[in-house]
Design a protein around this ligand. Structure first.
Ligand SMILES: Nc1ncnc2c1ncn2[C@@H]1O[C@H](COP(=O)(O)OP(=O)(O)O)[C@@H](O)[C@H]1O
Ligand SMILES: [Mg+2]
Length: 341
Protein backbone atom coordinates (compact mmCIF):
# COMPACT_ATOMS: atom_id res chain seq x y z
CA UNK A 1 0.00 0.00 0.00
CA UNK A 2 1.26 3.36 -1.03
CA UNK A 3 -1.06 5.73 0.79
CA UNK A 4 1.28 7.21 3.40
CA UNK A 5 2.46 10.04 1.14
CA UNK A 6 -0.82 11.28 -0.36
CA UNK A 7 -3.30 9.79 2.11
CA UNK A 8 -5.66 6.90 1.58
CA UNK A 9 -8.16 7.30 -1.27
CA UNK A 10 -11.34 5.58 -2.42
CA UNK A 11 -11.56 4.47 -6.07
CA UNK A 12 -15.18 4.16 -7.21
CA UNK A 13 -16.73 3.22 -10.54
CA UNK A 14 -18.40 6.33 -11.98
CA UNK A 15 -22.03 5.28 -11.65
CA UNK A 16 -24.53 3.74 -9.22
CA UNK A 17 -23.67 5.27 -5.80
CA UNK A 18 -20.64 7.31 -6.88
CA UNK A 19 -22.09 10.71 -5.91
CA UNK A 20 -22.88 9.47 -2.42
CA UNK A 21 -19.38 8.02 -1.95
CA UNK A 22 -17.64 11.19 -3.17
CA UNK A 23 -19.75 13.36 -0.85
CA UNK A 24 -19.06 10.93 2.01
CA UNK A 25 -15.33 11.10 1.32
CA UNK A 26 -15.47 14.90 1.28
CA UNK A 27 -17.26 14.84 4.65
CA UNK A 28 -14.49 12.72 6.20
CA UNK A 29 -11.54 14.22 4.31
CA UNK A 30 -10.87 11.03 2.33
CA UNK A 31 -10.06 11.70 -1.34
CA UNK A 32 -11.95 9.91 -4.11
CA UNK A 33 -11.20 8.95 -7.70
CA UNK A 34 -14.06 8.07 -10.02
CA UNK A 35 -13.08 5.79 -12.88
CA UNK A 36 -15.10 4.72 -15.90
CA UNK A 37 -15.38 5.08 -19.66
CA UNK A 38 -15.08 8.67 -20.92
CA UNK A 39 -18.81 9.05 -21.56
CA UNK A 40 -19.60 8.12 -17.96
CA UNK A 41 -17.16 10.64 -16.51
CA UNK A 42 -18.84 13.52 -18.35
CA UNK A 43 -21.75 13.60 -15.90
CA UNK A 44 -19.49 14.20 -12.91
CA UNK A 45 -17.75 17.18 -14.59
CA UNK A 46 -21.05 19.03 -14.47
CA UNK A 47 -21.16 19.33 -10.67
CA UNK A 48 -18.73 22.03 -9.52
CA UNK A 49 -19.05 21.28 -5.80
CA UNK A 50 -18.01 17.66 -6.30
CA UNK A 51 -14.37 17.20 -5.35
CA UNK A 52 -12.80 14.09 -6.90
CA UNK A 53 -10.35 12.91 -9.53
CA UNK A 54 -11.81 11.54 -12.77
CA UNK A 55 -9.88 8.69 -14.36
CA UNK A 56 -10.58 7.04 -17.71
CA UNK A 57 -10.90 3.26 -17.28
CA UNK A 58 -8.84 1.20 -19.72
CA UNK A 59 -8.84 -2.21 -18.05
CA UNK A 60 -7.29 -3.58 -14.87
CA UNK A 61 -4.06 -1.57 -15.48
CA UNK A 62 -6.10 1.50 -14.53
CA UNK A 63 -6.88 -0.11 -11.18
CA UNK A 64 -3.21 -1.05 -10.70
CA UNK A 65 -2.30 2.59 -11.34
CA UNK A 66 -4.84 3.78 -8.78
CA UNK A 67 -3.38 1.31 -6.24
CA UNK A 68 0.05 2.91 -6.79
CA UNK A 69 -1.54 6.26 -5.97
CA UNK A 70 -2.81 4.98 -2.60
CA UNK A 71 -6.41 4.19 -3.63
CA UNK A 72 -8.45 1.21 -2.52
CA UNK A 73 -11.45 0.01 -4.51
CA UNK A 74 -14.87 0.59 -2.98
CA UNK A 75 -16.97 -1.74 -5.14
CA UNK A 76 -20.46 -0.78 -6.26
CA UNK A 77 -22.97 -2.59 -8.49
CA UNK A 78 -21.38 -1.19 -11.63
CA UNK A 79 -18.02 -2.76 -10.75
CA UNK A 80 -19.70 -6.17 -10.65
CA UNK A 81 -21.30 -5.53 -14.07
CA UNK A 82 -18.60 -3.57 -15.85
CA UNK A 83 -15.21 -4.70 -14.48
CA UNK A 84 -16.50 -8.25 -13.79
CA UNK A 85 -15.57 -10.13 -10.59
CA UNK A 86 -13.00 -12.40 -12.31
CA UNK A 87 -10.97 -9.33 -13.34
CA UNK A 88 -10.83 -8.20 -9.74
CA UNK A 89 -8.48 -11.11 -9.16
CA UNK A 90 -6.16 -9.74 -11.89
CA UNK A 91 -5.45 -6.40 -10.24
CA UNK A 92 -3.35 -5.50 -7.24
CA UNK A 93 -5.74 -2.85 -5.96
CA UNK A 94 -7.07 -3.70 -2.52
CA UNK A 95 -10.85 -4.10 -2.19
CA UNK A 96 -12.80 -2.62 0.71
CA UNK A 97 -14.95 -5.59 1.78
CA UNK A 98 -14.71 -9.07 0.33
CA UNK A 99 -13.33 -9.72 -3.16
CA UNK A 100 -14.43 -13.36 -2.93
CA UNK A 101 -18.01 -12.41 -2.07
CA UNK A 102 -18.30 -10.35 -5.27
CA UNK A 103 -17.56 -13.54 -7.22
CA UNK A 104 -20.27 -15.43 -5.34
CA UNK A 105 -22.70 -12.56 -5.92
CA UNK A 106 -22.28 -12.91 -9.67
CA UNK A 107 -23.26 -16.61 -9.57
CA UNK A 108 -27.00 -17.18 -8.98
CA UNK A 109 -26.65 -20.69 -7.55
CA UNK A 110 -23.76 -19.96 -5.19
CA UNK A 111 -25.54 -16.82 -4.11
CA UNK A 112 -28.70 -18.64 -3.02
CA UNK A 113 -26.63 -21.39 -1.41
CA UNK A 114 -24.84 -18.84 0.78
CA UNK A 115 -28.17 -17.45 2.00
CA UNK A 116 -29.38 -20.95 2.82
CA UNK A 117 -26.15 -21.76 4.66
CA UNK A 118 -26.74 -18.62 6.75
CA UNK A 119 -30.12 -20.08 7.76
CA UNK A 120 -31.97 -17.20 6.11
CA UNK A 121 -35.36 -18.30 4.69
CA UNK A 122 -35.33 -18.22 0.87
CA UNK A 123 -37.99 -18.92 -1.78
CA UNK A 124 -38.35 -22.54 -2.87
CA UNK A 125 -36.45 -23.59 -5.99
CA UNK A 126 -37.68 -26.13 -8.54
CA UNK A 127 -35.26 -28.39 -10.41
CA UNK A 128 -37.66 -28.94 -13.33
CA UNK A 129 -40.71 -27.12 -14.73
CA UNK A 130 -42.82 -30.24 -14.29
CA UNK A 131 -42.69 -30.05 -10.49
CA UNK A 132 -43.91 -26.45 -10.37
CA UNK A 133 -47.11 -26.13 -8.32
CA UNK A 134 -47.25 -22.34 -7.68
CA UNK A 135 -46.27 -19.04 -9.32
CA UNK A 136 -42.54 -18.88 -10.04
CA UNK A 137 -40.12 -16.28 -11.34
CA UNK A 138 -37.85 -17.65 -14.07
CA UNK A 139 -34.37 -16.10 -13.83
CA UNK A 140 -31.46 -16.15 -16.25
CA UNK A 141 -27.79 -15.97 -15.21
CA UNK A 142 -25.34 -13.14 -15.84
CA UNK A 143 -25.47 -9.45 -15.14
CA UNK A 144 -28.69 -8.88 -17.01
CA UNK A 145 -30.40 -6.68 -14.43
CA UNK A 146 -33.58 -8.69 -14.26
CA UNK A 147 -33.88 -8.69 -18.04
CA UNK A 148 -36.36 -11.20 -19.49
CA UNK A 149 -37.31 -12.56 -16.07
CA UNK A 150 -40.81 -13.94 -16.27
CA UNK A 151 -43.48 -14.75 -13.72
CA UNK A 152 -45.67 -17.72 -14.56
CA UNK A 153 -47.20 -20.88 -13.10
CA UNK A 154 -47.34 -22.75 -16.42
CA UNK A 155 -44.79 -25.62 -16.68
CA UNK A 156 -44.96 -25.59 -20.50
CA UNK A 157 -44.11 -21.88 -20.59
CA UNK A 158 -41.12 -22.46 -18.27
CA UNK A 159 -39.91 -25.28 -20.50
CA UNK A 160 -40.25 -22.97 -23.55
CA UNK A 161 -38.22 -20.31 -21.74
CA UNK A 162 -35.46 -22.84 -21.04
CA UNK A 163 -35.29 -23.70 -24.75
CA UNK A 164 -35.37 -19.99 -25.68
CA UNK A 165 -32.39 -19.32 -23.34
CA UNK A 166 -30.49 -22.33 -24.73
CA UNK A 167 -31.00 -21.18 -28.32
CA UNK A 168 -29.74 -17.70 -27.49
CA UNK A 169 -26.77 -19.16 -25.58
CA UNK A 170 -27.82 -17.31 -22.44
CA UNK A 171 -27.35 -20.72 -20.75
CA UNK A 172 -25.41 -23.89 -21.55
CA UNK A 173 -28.03 -26.22 -20.05
CA UNK A 174 -31.64 -25.95 -18.82
CA UNK A 175 -30.52 -26.30 -15.19
CA UNK A 176 -28.85 -22.87 -15.43
CA UNK A 177 -32.29 -21.30 -15.67
CA UNK A 178 -33.41 -20.69 -12.10
CA UNK A 179 -37.04 -21.54 -11.36
CA UNK A 180 -37.78 -19.75 -8.10
CA UNK A 181 -41.02 -19.47 -6.15
CA UNK A 182 -42.55 -16.02 -6.73
CA UNK A 183 -43.22 -14.70 -3.25
CA UNK A 184 -46.36 -12.70 -2.67
CA UNK A 185 -45.71 -9.88 -0.22
CA UNK A 186 -43.93 -6.54 -0.16
CA UNK A 187 -40.32 -6.16 -1.21
CA UNK A 188 -37.96 -4.62 1.36
CA UNK A 189 -34.27 -4.17 0.62
CA UNK A 190 -32.34 -4.12 3.91
CA UNK A 191 -29.02 -2.26 3.98
CA UNK A 192 -26.24 -3.11 6.40
CA UNK A 193 -22.69 -2.11 7.25
CA UNK A 194 -20.33 -4.57 8.88
CA UNK A 195 -17.62 -2.91 10.93
CA UNK A 196 -14.59 -4.95 12.01
CA UNK A 197 -13.40 -1.83 13.85
CA UNK A 198 -16.48 -1.83 16.13
CA UNK A 199 -16.99 -5.57 15.76
CA UNK A 200 -20.69 -5.18 14.88
CA UNK A 201 -23.16 -5.32 12.00
CA UNK A 202 -25.10 -2.06 11.72
CA UNK A 203 -28.47 -1.56 10.06
CA UNK A 204 -28.13 1.47 7.80
CA UNK A 205 -31.59 1.62 6.25
CA UNK A 206 -34.17 0.14 3.92
CA UNK A 207 -35.52 0.89 0.48
CA UNK A 208 -38.01 -0.35 -2.07
CA UNK A 209 -36.94 -0.50 -5.68
CA UNK A 210 -39.21 1.25 -8.10
CA UNK A 211 -39.26 -1.18 -11.00
CA UNK A 212 -40.57 -0.79 -14.51
CA UNK A 213 -42.89 -2.05 -15.56
CA UNK A 214 -44.08 -4.17 -12.62
CA UNK A 215 -44.84 -1.04 -10.58
CA UNK A 216 -46.38 0.82 -13.51
CA UNK A 217 -48.71 -2.04 -14.33
CA UNK A 218 -50.58 -1.37 -11.10
CA UNK A 219 -51.87 1.80 -12.73
CA UNK A 220 -52.92 0.02 -15.91
CA UNK A 221 -56.44 -1.33 -16.39
CA UNK A 222 -56.60 -4.88 -15.01
CA UNK A 223 -57.58 -6.26 -18.41
CA UNK A 224 -54.30 -4.96 -19.88
CA UNK A 225 -52.09 -5.79 -16.88
CA UNK A 226 -53.36 -9.38 -16.97
CA UNK A 227 -52.04 -9.92 -20.46
CA UNK A 228 -48.48 -8.86 -19.58
CA UNK A 229 -45.70 -10.63 -17.69
CA UNK A 230 -44.02 -7.74 -15.86
CA UNK A 231 -40.37 -6.75 -16.26
CA UNK A 232 -38.23 -5.57 -13.33
CA UNK A 233 -35.94 -2.80 -14.60
CA UNK A 234 -34.89 -0.66 -11.62
CA UNK A 235 -35.72 2.99 -12.26
CA UNK A 236 -35.16 4.39 -8.78
CA UNK A 237 -35.47 3.78 -5.05
CA UNK A 238 -37.93 4.82 -2.36
CA UNK A 239 -37.17 4.80 1.38
CA UNK A 240 -39.23 2.54 3.62
CA UNK A 241 -39.31 2.23 7.40
CA UNK A 242 -40.28 -1.32 8.34
CA UNK A 243 -42.34 -1.97 11.45
CA UNK A 244 -40.09 -1.78 14.46
CA UNK A 245 -40.55 -5.42 15.47
CA UNK A 246 -39.14 -6.45 12.10
CA UNK A 247 -35.81 -4.81 12.95
CA UNK A 248 -34.99 -7.76 15.20
CA UNK A 249 -35.42 -10.19 12.33
CA UNK A 250 -33.44 -8.03 9.91
CA UNK A 251 -30.58 -7.60 12.40
CA UNK A 252 -30.43 -11.32 13.05
CA UNK A 253 -30.33 -12.11 9.31
CA UNK A 254 -27.56 -9.53 8.77
CA UNK A 255 -25.43 -10.91 11.57
CA UNK A 256 -25.89 -14.50 10.37
CA UNK A 257 -25.00 -13.41 6.86
CA UNK A 258 -21.70 -11.87 8.01
CA UNK A 259 -20.79 -14.97 10.05
CA UNK A 260 -21.46 -17.16 7.04
CA UNK A 261 -19.47 -14.97 4.65
CA UNK A 262 -16.51 -15.11 7.02
CA UNK A 263 -16.81 -18.89 7.23
CA UNK A 264 -17.42 -19.59 3.53
CA UNK A 265 -15.62 -16.80 1.68
CA UNK A 266 -12.15 -16.21 2.96
CA UNK A 267 -12.47 -15.29 6.63
CA UNK A 268 -12.96 -11.53 6.31
CA UNK A 269 -15.76 -9.13 5.65
CA UNK A 270 -16.25 -5.39 5.99
CA UNK A 271 -18.50 -2.67 4.66
CA UNK A 272 -21.95 -2.32 3.15
CA UNK A 273 -24.18 -5.13 1.92
CA UNK A 274 -27.87 -5.70 1.25
CA UNK A 275 -30.39 -8.48 1.69
CA UNK A 276 -33.17 -8.30 -0.90
CA UNK A 277 -36.30 -9.52 0.83
CA UNK A 278 -40.01 -10.11 0.53
CA UNK A 279 -42.12 -9.80 3.69
CA UNK A 280 -45.37 -11.78 3.56
CA UNK A 281 -48.66 -11.17 5.36
CA UNK A 282 -47.51 -13.29 8.32
CA UNK A 283 -44.50 -10.92 8.63
CA UNK A 284 -42.18 -13.74 7.56
CA UNK A 285 -39.06 -12.38 5.89
CA UNK A 286 -37.54 -14.23 2.92
CA UNK A 287 -34.39 -13.20 1.06
CA UNK A 288 -34.36 -13.83 -2.69
CA UNK A 289 -30.95 -12.23 -3.37
CA UNK A 290 -28.10 -10.32 -1.75
CA UNK A 291 -25.52 -7.74 -2.76
CA UNK A 292 -22.10 -8.04 -1.13
CA UNK A 293 -21.31 -4.32 -1.52
CA UNK A 294 -23.03 -0.94 -1.42
CA UNK A 295 -26.45 -0.87 -3.13
CA UNK A 296 -27.91 2.13 -4.95
CA UNK A 297 -30.86 1.95 -2.55
CA UNK A 298 -28.65 3.63 0.07
CA UNK A 299 -28.83 6.76 -2.14
CA UNK A 300 -32.23 7.47 -0.57
CA UNK A 301 -30.27 8.87 2.41
CA UNK A 302 -27.73 10.75 0.27
CA UNK A 303 -28.62 14.23 1.41
CA UNK A 304 -29.65 14.09 5.07
CA UNK A 305 -28.06 10.80 6.05
CA UNK A 306 -29.56 7.63 7.44
CA UNK A 307 -31.53 7.99 10.69
CA UNK A 308 -30.55 4.40 11.53
CA UNK A 309 -26.85 5.34 11.52
CA UNK A 310 -27.74 8.08 14.03
CA UNK A 311 -28.57 5.24 16.45
CA UNK A 312 -24.89 4.24 16.37
CA UNK A 313 -23.14 7.61 15.97
CA UNK A 314 -25.52 10.17 17.49
CA UNK A 315 -26.08 11.91 14.15
CA UNK A 316 -27.46 10.86 10.77
CA UNK A 317 -24.81 9.75 8.31
CA UNK A 318 -24.83 8.54 4.72
CA UNK A 319 -23.47 5.11 3.90
CA UNK A 320 -20.90 6.91 1.72
CA UNK A 321 -19.62 8.74 4.78
CA UNK A 322 -19.80 5.53 6.84
CA UNK A 323 -17.45 3.84 4.34
CA UNK A 324 -15.00 6.76 4.45
CA UNK A 325 -15.10 6.81 8.26
CA UNK A 326 -14.33 3.09 8.57
CA UNK A 327 -11.44 3.36 6.12
CA UNK A 328 -10.04 6.44 7.82
CA UNK A 329 -10.28 4.87 11.28
CA UNK A 330 -8.70 1.65 10.04
CA UNK A 331 -5.79 3.62 8.52
CA UNK A 332 -5.31 5.65 11.69
CA UNK A 333 -5.31 2.59 13.96
CA UNK A 334 -3.18 0.38 11.71
CA UNK A 335 -6.12 -1.99 11.08
CA UNK A 336 -6.46 -1.66 7.30
CA UNK A 337 -5.77 -5.36 6.95
CA UNK A 338 -9.07 -6.10 8.71
CA UNK A 339 -11.18 -4.17 6.20
CA UNK A 340 -9.35 -4.83 2.93
CA UNK A 341 -8.98 -8.00 0.83
N1 LIG B 1 -38.64 -14.85 -5.54
C1 LIG B 1 -39.17 -13.66 -5.81
N2 LIG B 1 -40.42 -13.35 -5.39
C2 LIG B 1 -40.97 -12.13 -5.68
N3 LIG B 1 -40.35 -11.18 -6.39
C3 LIG B 1 -39.10 -11.43 -6.84
C4 LIG B 1 -38.44 -12.68 -6.56
N4 LIG B 1 -37.23 -12.65 -7.12
C5 LIG B 1 -37.12 -11.46 -7.72
N5 LIG B 1 -38.23 -10.72 -7.56
C6 LIG B 1 -38.48 -9.38 -8.15
O1 LIG B 1 -37.67 -9.28 -9.32
C7 LIG B 1 -36.69 -8.25 -9.20
C8 LIG B 1 -35.38 -8.67 -9.86
O2 LIG B 1 -34.94 -9.90 -9.35
P1 LIG B 1 -33.46 -10.15 -8.79
O3 LIG B 1 -33.33 -11.59 -8.47
O4 LIG B 1 -33.20 -9.18 -7.71
O5 LIG B 1 -32.59 -9.85 -10.09
P2 LIG B 1 -31.45 -8.79 -10.40
O6 LIG B 1 -30.27 -9.63 -10.67
O7 LIG B 1 -31.95 -8.05 -11.57
O8 LIG B 1 -31.28 -7.90 -9.21
C9 LIG B 1 -36.60 -8.01 -7.70
O9 LIG B 1 -36.14 -6.73 -7.39
C10 LIG B 1 -38.05 -8.25 -7.24
O10 LIG B 1 -38.88 -7.15 -7.49
MG1 LIG C 1 -31.69 -7.89 -7.30
Amino acid sequence: MNYEKKGLGMAVFASHSALQLVLGGMEQGVRTALFGPEDRLELYRRFPALSCELVRYAGTETLDGLADEGFVLVPNGSVVEYVRPENLFRTKIKVFGSRALLGIEADQRRKMELLRKAGIPTPKEFSTPWLVDRPVIVKFPGARGGMDYEVTDDPQRISDLQIWALERRIVKGPSEVMIQEYLIGTTVYAHYFHSPIHNRTEITGFDIRYESDVDGLRRAPVSIAMRRSPTFTVVGNIPVFPRERLLETFLEYGERFVETVKREAGGKFAGPFCLECVVDSGLNVFAFEFSGRIVAGTNVYSVHGSPYLALYFGRPMTVGERVALELKTAAETGSLDEVLT
